[in-house]
Design a protein around this ligand. Structure first.
Ligand code: 10E
Ligand code: SF4
Length: 320
């Protein structure tokens, strides 16, 4: 028996790795097996320090730009996607390049190209400076894709032809905030073409739904994820919007502010799409050290999606 206070820990499901992250990490591991170390990776393969350090220990070298890679070593492009200029430059330098862009991000790239071919100007809802935004906007020449971050931005848009517009989005946005921006766009540009299902991916949608479902039961929400992880930060915002005012991002158990949690009886725990399950287990163990914990899973969806790795990794190594 311990004197630890009782605590219900609601564990979101789904949480943590999505199919795109799983595939991207596998790509780096398979590239290391196929070509040996070092394998260069342009940008963090996914936004998680723990994942990046694990791959670095196996021989991956993380860089921000292609010109930091020697031309005779393979390079992997991160799961967030890259502008068209990047694979073009890799091929000009005759590098082996493996694209770990999530297929659901590539789908948005393809939509952008399809609309541009039809002479349609694109409006992109996303976060300025994020690698996925840079990658998706970089599928087309400057000026072809107009960025919108907020409802207020909609009024400021200067479009070429209000009758020939299409909407695409970042995959990791808040479902509710995006719906508001899309509604403002439709109000201002009634002819705008919007995707049948928005571009926010299944993993983002499911993780946000699980947080909303647990919000009424919890006094605090901890989202395990990195400060540069867009989808993880959105989960914190969704928690707050759903009524859980203490919603915090933590990279791992050591970041938990135990003083701020004093007196709570129920905590919600989830993890962004790039946060490994070991960190979830670490957080649960840290709660067990301080509370008499009962874990309850809040399951709002079951995910069974898997993506194949690129063919180049499945083929035998070519002899020199
Ligand atoms: O910052 P993001 O949420 O875009 O990236 P992440 O690496 O934290 O999670 C994976 C999501 C990707 C690759 C974007 N669709
Ligand atoms: Fe792909 Fe969605 Fe995961 Fe991004 S969050 S890697 S789009 S599955």
């Amino acid at each position: 028996m311990t004197d630890n206070p009782a605590l219900t820990l609601y564990l979101a499901a789904p949480r943590g790795f999505c199919a795109g992250v799983d595939r991207a990490i596998k790509i780096v591991e398979m590239a290391l097996q196929k070509w040996g170390a070092p394998v260069y990776v342009r940008h963090e393969i996914v936004h998680n320090r723990f994942v990046v350090e694990g791959l670095r220990a196996k021989g991956a070298v993380f860089v921000e730009e292609l010109d930091e890679c020697p031309p005779d070593r393979p390079v992997v492009f991160s799961a967030h996607g890259v502008p068209k200029s990047v694979p073009a430059e890799a091929s000009r330098r005759e590098m082996i390049a493996v694209d770990a862009t999530c297929p659901l991000v590539t789908k948005v790239h393809n939509e952008a190209a399809r609309h541009a071919e039809a002479g349609t100007q694109l409006i992109y809802i996303g976060h300025e400076g994020h690698p996925e935004t840079i990658g998706t906007m970089g599928q087309l020449p400057p000026g072809e894709v107009l960025l919108v971050e907020t409802v207020e931005d909609v009024a400021r848009l200067d479009v070429r032809d209000p009758g020939r517009l299409a909407l695409i989005t970042q995959t990791t946005l808040s479902v509710d905030d995006t719906a508001e921006i899309a509604a403002a766009l439709k109000a201002r540009f009634p002819a705008i073409q919007v995707p049948a299902h928005d571009d926010i991916c299944y993993a983002t949608t499911n993780r946000q739904a699980a947080v909303k479902a647990m919000a009424p039961q919890i006094d605090a929400l901890l989202v395990i994820g990195a400060p540069n992880s867009s989808n993880s930060k959105r989960l914190v915002e969704v928690g707050r919007a759903a009524g859980c005012s203490y919603s915090m991002l933590v990279q791992r158990a050591a970041d938990i502010d135990w003083r701020a949690l004093q007196g709570i009886r129920a905590v919600g725990v989830t993890a962004g799409a790039s946060a490994p399950e070991v960190l979830v287990n670490e957080v649960i163990a840290a709660f067990r050290d301080r509370y008499a914990v009962t874990v309850e899973q809040v399951e709002t969806a079951v995910e069974a999606i898997e993506f194949k790795v690129p063919r180049i990794l499945r083929a035998p190594v070519e002899s020199a």
